[in-house]
Design a protein around this ligand. Structure first.
Ligand SMILES: Nc1ncnc2c1ncn2[C@@H]1O[C@H](COP(=O)(O)OP(=O)(O)O)[C@@H](O)[C@H]1O
Ligand SMILES: Cc1ncc(COP(=O)(O)O)c(N)n1
Ligand SMILES: [Mg+2]
Length: 546
């Protein structure tokens, strides 16, 4: 066995700037003599601190077909910007038909791989997949006690989606008694959750909740019971449990044969997001969104002749337009006070778009949309870039009305489109999964389509008559109510809303209604900040009453 170096000393808290670290390497300031090994490793440490690379170690099996296992883990981490080292526990002969053979790696050699990686590299998060024997689970636990990491994600892989056994019943006790108490999150699918709990039947969401609760009692900090293989479900629903609350995470169920490796990918994405610093819930949500998007973009790929194909983790490379670096988490509560700018009104009051946006944020707007129908493209883009900076520094999302090109060029948080603009699914293709998409809808059918197309919210109106938009039929409270009840997406009410009637809209207490969008009530006024502030307090009072 190779001799093992002690782990490197923990990094000092001081972080030099990147330029300072680069200067370290610059020939102009480097000493001319060869540096000693100690000096060289100090320099490497400085560089590592200046440019940290979130690091996930996957401890899993190899899939020769490369749809699941180690291969899926490395691709998933790469797609989300994390480095992924790999300790191989088993080599499988596997394809789109199923698993033809399994060759477990000897326990001692799994231990040696673990030592090699953990003693040298600063691993942030360990993710486990196929652990084919109780002995390997024990070796892993010992290694983690010796080399602790920030988080441990345990995907208790027991049966492949094709139904083949990857880890026998003898590992169950060791999983439960030794690994789960060390885990931050355990992510069984329904079949695995059932096995872990002595073959209980899991048919409904309520069964998934009970299973999550029972597995939580085995010691992990969080549990996610995955419902990808739940029969008869139109949504892909996973149940998240933190020991107190259950959260049902709903995603679109993509119709495709290419779902081989979804579980491995989900767990690796959770690990990558944790390594990047996300909270557990945020990491799980981002991971689920990634799997959904990858399946969507790969739904028609054909690899192999079997019933279960792999999907493309690196789908974002196909379009240079995707901004996959940061998956923006859309929060429906951001729709509470939605400020929509209007170039005509800004001109009338002699203010720039930037000043209008600054004032709306100062008054408490929770999301901003630039709706500049008559602006020249270049001028609009320059203003939009400044508005992105203004909004980002205040944590307020900025959307662009209709102009996908402008949204891409200024890296806005998303786009709002109407029924005659580009369809939301095509906008999604262009913007990628991380951006917010809103669609104006007047009917339940349009709301259903927006949801199918992958929109994040809908705008519903005109609730009252408005002069901001020509030929815009008024829906009234009845039309708004019908759409809110039918919608699967959060709704923001729009059209003629002002300080006098905003309260009555929120007091309707309609399901999915998250806020109001306003144009003239804020921007066709002398002081935008004052108007926004007073509308905000009207909305807050109305919500506390309803
Ligand atoms: N057809 C699908 N469409 C969308 N999401 C899916 C689909 N199948 C699985 N998922 C999601 O993929 C993740 C992995 O789930 P699952 O397939 O149940 O795990 P496993 O691969 O371990 O069996 C879950 O978030 C699940 O909701
Ligand atoms: C080596 C290996 N590890 C894990 C899985 C699980 O695959 P899935 O994520 O589709 O359940 C697999 N089929 N092969
Ligand atoms: Mg699956």
């Amino acid at each position: 066995m190779a001799s093992v170096q002690p782990p490197p000393a923990p990094l000092a808290p001081h972080r030099p700037s990147i330029t300072a670290a680069l200067r370290f390497y610059s020939p102009a300031v480097s000493p001319r003599v060869s540096p000693s090994p100690a000096a060289r490793s100090r320099r490497l440490a400085v560089a590592a601190r200046a440019m940290p690379w979130p690091h996930v170690l996957t401890v899993a099996g190899s899939d020769s077909g490369a749809g699941a296992g180690i291969q899926a883990d490395i691709k998933a981490c790469a797609a989300l910007g994390a480095y992924c080292s790999s300790v191989i526990t088993a080599v499988t002969a596997q394809n789109t038909v199923g698993v033809q053979g399994v060759h477990a790696v000897p326990e001692e050699f799994v231990g040696e791989q673990l030592r090699s990686v953990l003693s040298d590299m600063s691993v942030d998060v360990v993710k486990t997949g196929m652990l084919p024997s109780a002995g390997i689970v024990k070796v892993l636990c010992e290694s983690l006690r010796k080399f602790p990491v920030k988080a441990l994600v345990v995907d208790p892989v027991m049966v492949s989606t094709s139904g083949d056994t990857l880890s026998g019943p003898s590992t169950l006790t060791t999983y439960r008694d030794e690994l789960f108490p060390m885990a931050d999150i355990v992510t069984p699918n329904v079949k695995e959750a059932s096995k872990l709990l002595g073959d209980v039947s899991l048919q409904t969401i309520s069964d998934m909740r009970s299973a999550a609760e029972s597995i939580y009692k085995l010691g992990p900090k969080y549990v996610l019971v995955k419902g990808g293989d739940m029969p008869d479900s139109t949504d892909a629903i996973d149940v998240f449990f933190d020991g107190k609350e259950f959260i049902e995470l709903r995603g679109l169920r993509i119709k495709t044969r290419n779902t081989h490796g979804t579980g491995c990918t989900l767990a690796s994405c959770i690990a990558a997001e944790l390594a990047k610093g996300a909270s557990m819930l945020h990491a799980v949500e981002a991971a689920k969104k990634f799997v959904e998007s990858a399946l969507y973009h790969s739904k028609d790929l054909v690899i192999g002749n079997g019933p279960q194909g792999p999907f493309d983790h690196l789908f974002s490379l196909k379009s240079p337009l995707y901004k996959m670096g940061s998956l923006h988490k859309f929060n429906p509560d951001d729709l509470f006070l939605y400020a929509v700018t209007d170039s005509g009104m800004n001109k009338k009051w002699g203010r720039s778009i930037e000043d209008a946006v600054k004032a709306a944020i100062e008054g408490g707007a929770t999301i901003v949309q630039l709706r500049e129908k008559d602006a020249e493209t270049r001028e609009f883009l320059e203003a939009a870039k400044t508005c992105v900076e203004i909004c980002r520094s205040s944590g307020v999302p900025l959307l662009i009305n209709d102009r996908i090109d402008v949204a891409l060029a200024c890296n806005a948080d998303g786009v709002h489109v109407g029924q005659s603009d580009m369809p939301a699914w095509e906008v999604r293709e262009l913007l990628g999964p991380g951006k917010i998409i809103g669609v104006s809808c007047k009917t339940p059918a349009q709301a259903e389509q927006a949801w199918k197309d992958g929109a994040d919210y809908i705008g519903c109106g005109g609730v009252f008559p408005t002069t901001t938009k020509a030929n815009n039929p008024t829906l009234g409270f009845e039309g708004l109510r019908t759409v809110c009840f039918a919608s699967k997406l959060p709704v923001v009410a729009i059209g003629g809303i002002n300080a006098r009637n905003a309260g009555s809209v929120m007091e309707l207490g309609l399901p999915n209604l998250k806020g109001v969008a306003v144009v003239s009530a804020l921007f066709d006024r002398e002081c935008v900040a004052t108007e926004t502030r007073s509308l905000r307090s009207i909305l807050m009072n109305a919500c506390s009453r309803s």
